[in-house]
Ligand binder design. Structure first.
Ligand code: GLY
Length: 421
């Protein structure tokens, strides 16, 4: 099968890696220096929707897989389908689950999907009232910009002053532009988070093994949030808990999408908080594969992933055909100096070929300059290793990450170190 992947990050490299291993011919737009080794890369950017559609019409792939959320929210999958190209990824209507938090919270409430109490506000006065009411006077709430904000639009406030300042930054200073014209104030649920990704063709579900992300930049879950500094899959979540997440969150979502007349062919990536009573609460949906959750998931996946994605794209997804390596996978992100703030780019990366058979180095933010691979983003690499235990997978991943030379590199040392319960 000929498959076109849209995107250029670690998630897309991991998807290309698994699909290429399945014997498929892979094209990627725009790709990166790691992807180039497995696929024919095309210099078309993810926001150039006309050119992507033109590329798909020219190359006539059997399947297009759209990686990032922005082109999905902008309707790329609708346009590709209208051009007759089978596409894995929701249309603009379904992508609102990630593109508008006000839409998604309203969807969860209407379809009785367990989620934290919330209010949608458009003025500072409404925000202050909601912070007081929902925080029960403590101000310990979560403040979220409605639209896409490159992973930076969520503030977990410790007190009312922090929550009010976050709401003002979004509503008045328009830190995230129109994405912050509406703000969600939500009750803070304390617990442990798990990422659960499921493939769907609009009616069927294929729930993938769960993953645990490590969101903050520093060890011990401290410092500012990032896109994710490392992941472990499978996660600490028990089969019983995953069964509840499937029956209480994922299945009602598919049913709700059908009731609302939204055809959804793609990934439902649920960010779930599990509280002290072991109750799962849906924090948010993403309408695409998680990054870096996808890296360990792809490292463990066996079976014909291409056939499952094509089936989902055509509304006839086979369920239960994927198999999984019994080992655990750990992904350790190598980030650039300055991340998650202003990052330094253009630094040469040395040691990319030292992974051996034990690990895969997925490129996330790299570019080629004068024949050398250099850093080109905040998260630069995702070193992913399999092990018979989390400890062994960690040792392998850190062994490779430590051999990679990148000036000022940042690597969290505690990926996978938390108890697995
Ligand atoms: N790992 C977080 C995300 O993909 O949004």
């Amino acid at each position: 099968m000929k498959i076109l992947i849209i995107g250029s990050g670690g998630r897309e490299h991991a998807l290309v890696y698994r699909l290429a291993a399945g014997g498929h011919e892979i094209l990627c737009a725009p790709g990166n220096p790691g992807i180039e080794q497995l696929a024919r890369c095309m210099p078309v950017k993810i926001d150039e929707l006309d050119q992507i559609v033109e590329l798909a019409q020219f190359e006539r792939p059997d399947l297009v897989v759209v990686g990032p959320e922005a082109p999905l929210v902008a309707g790329l999958a609708d346009r590709l389908r209208a051009a007759g190209v089978p596409t894995f990824g929701p249309g603009a209507a379904g992508a609102q689950l990630e593109g508008s938090k006000a839409f998604s919270k309203d969807f969860f409430a209407r379809h009785r999907i367990p989620t934290a109490p919330f209010a949608v506000v458009t003025t500072v006065a409404e925000a202050d009232e909601a912070i007081e009411r929902i925080g029960g006077g403590t101000g310990r709430v979560v403040v979220k910009a409605d639209g896409l904000a490159a992973g930076k639009g969520v503030v977990v406030a410790e007190d009312a002053a922090e929550a009010q300042a976050a709401a003002r930054e979004m509503l008045e200073a328009r830190r995230f532009g129109e994405a912050g014209a509406r703000v969600i104030v939500e009750k803070r649920i304390v617990g442990r988070e798990v990422s659960v990704l499921a493939l769907t063709d609009g009616t069927r579900l294929e729930v993938l093994p769960s993953a645990e992300d490590h969101k903050t930049i520093f060890d011990g879950d401290t410092g500012p949030n990032t896109g994710g500094m490392g992941t472990v899959s499978p996660s600490w979540a028990s089969d019983e808990l995953l069964g509840r997440i499937t029956s209480e969150i994922l299945q009602p979502t598919v049913t709700g999408l059908m009731k609302d007349g939204i055809g959804y062919r793609g990934v439902l990536y649920a960010g779930v908080m599990v509280d002290a009573a072991a109750t799962p609460w849906l924090l948010e949906y993403n309408c695409r594969f998680g990054d870096p959750e996808t890296q360990p998931i792809m490292a463990r996946m066996r079976g014909d992933f291409g056939a499952v994605l094509l089936g989902a794209a055509k509304g006839e997804m086979p369920v239960g055909s994927l198999a999984w390596d019994a080992r655990v996978a750990v992904c350790v992100v190598v980030a650039a100096a300055g991340y998650p703030g202003a990052v330094r780019t253009g630094d040469p990366i040395v040691g990319l070929d030292t992974a051996g058979d034990d690990a895969v180095v997925f490129h996330a933010g790299t570019a080629r300059k004068d024949g050398t691979v250099v850093s080109a983003g905040g998260r630069v690499l995702g070193v992913t290793a399999l092990g018979v235990s989390v400890e062994q997978a960690r040792q392998k991943a850190y062994g490779v990450a430590d051999r990679i030379e990148l000036a000022g590199k940042q690597v969290r040392r505690d990926i996978g170190a938390r108890a697995r319960l």
